[in-house]
Design a protein around this ligand. Structure first.
Ligand code: A2P
Length: 293
């Protein structure tokens, strides 16, 4: 059997999902939220060696240059890589949105990103006009700076509003989802519009979930780790997912999720762990209003 350099068998193939704009996205990737800029090149290089081909970054993370350096040194075909970045909260006005994406492309060393997202709706900022920002992303796609466009942290009302006002459905809505926070209304609205759910913080930020007895029992049953079970659950739900780790061995562990599947009962047992709003680890998008200076 041939192996990746990480020692993983090459049959651990990442499934591909077709989005509503008929483009395709690897269902699994690596996220770099909270990866320090100085470590990002090493983390992304490790991920690419292990076999990850989808990288999820953001202007707000401050580490696009590290992603770009890793992409450059990997020397992979551009067509084999999928790169997402996100609009920072201080760049929502349409002219600034365009300039910000050009700056991102420069840091990433790319001509276009595969996916560009509005990071947060900020309904209490910019006169609540996230539709103007969405219109700016539509124009950036038309200008060829992003192959696909989408949103992140959009609540049902925000999604309904931009679709009603522009007629353009985002390709994805990237939202917080993990066993303690099912985020059901946002997931259902995303699906109703024909957009795809991308799940952020699939490990609940490495907190209590990974020692929950339901998850540890399922993990034991499959000879897998709790993190692998939490990640497999997202894949079985059809979500696009990109766990983050700064540790190479965890990047490898998190990639070894394509050789098992959860049963219907196990999927239901994980869904039953939902704590509703109290399971949320990040900010509530209805009130989150932080703008970097
Ligand atoms: P680290 O980067 O030190 O490995 P989320 O994606 O839900 O935000 O979770 C990310 C957190 O989970 C990080 O703190 C990360 O820590 C930790 N983490 C990533 N992979 C694993 C794993 N396989 N087992 C346990 N914790 C993990």
């Amino acid at each position: 059997m041939t192996e990746h350099r990480s020692g993983l068998p090459t049959d651990m193939t990442v499934p591909t999902i077709t989005l509503n704009d008929q483009t395709t996205i690897p269902q699994y990737g690596v996220g770099v939220w909270q990866v320090p800029p100085a470590e990002t090149e090493r983390v992304v290089s490790d991920a690419l060696e292990i076999g990850y081909r989808h990288i999820d970054t953001a202007q707000m993370y401050g580490n696009e240059a590290g992603v770009g350096a890793a992409i450059k040194s990997a020397g992979l075909d551009r067509a084999d890589l999928y790169v997402t970045t996100k609009l920072n909260n201080n760049r929502h006005d349409p002219a600034s949105a365009k300039a910000s994406l050009e700056e991102s492309l420069d840091r990433l060393g790319l001509d276009k990103v595969d996916l560009f997202l509005i990071h947060w709706p900020l309904p209490t900022q910019y006169d609540g006009d996230y539709t103007a920002t969405w219109q700016a992303l539509i124009e950036l796609r038309e200008a060829g700076l992003a192959t696909s466009i989408g949103v992140s942290n959009f609540q049902p009302e925000h999604l309904d509003t931009i679709v009603e006002r522009t007629g353009v459905v985002p390709a994805v809505n990237q939202i917080e989802v993990h066993p303690y926070f099912a985020n059901t209304a946002a997931r259902e609205t995303t699906a109703r519009h024909g957009a795809h759910v991308e799940a952020w913080s699939p490990l609940g930020q490495g907190g209590g979930e990974l020692s929950d007895p339901v998850i540890t029992a399922i993990a034991e049953q499959h000879g897998k780790t709790p993190a692998q079970v939490a990640l497999r659950w997202q894949l079985d739900l059809g979500h696009i997912v990109f766990p983050k780790s700064t540790h190479r061995e965890r990047l490898a562990e998190n990639f070894a999720v394509f050789d098992f599947a959860l049963s219907t009962d196990e999927i239901a047992a994980l869904a039953a762990l939902d704590k509703g709003e109290s399971g949320r680890t990040g900010p509530n998008p209805d009130v989150f209003d932080w703008i970097p200076s």
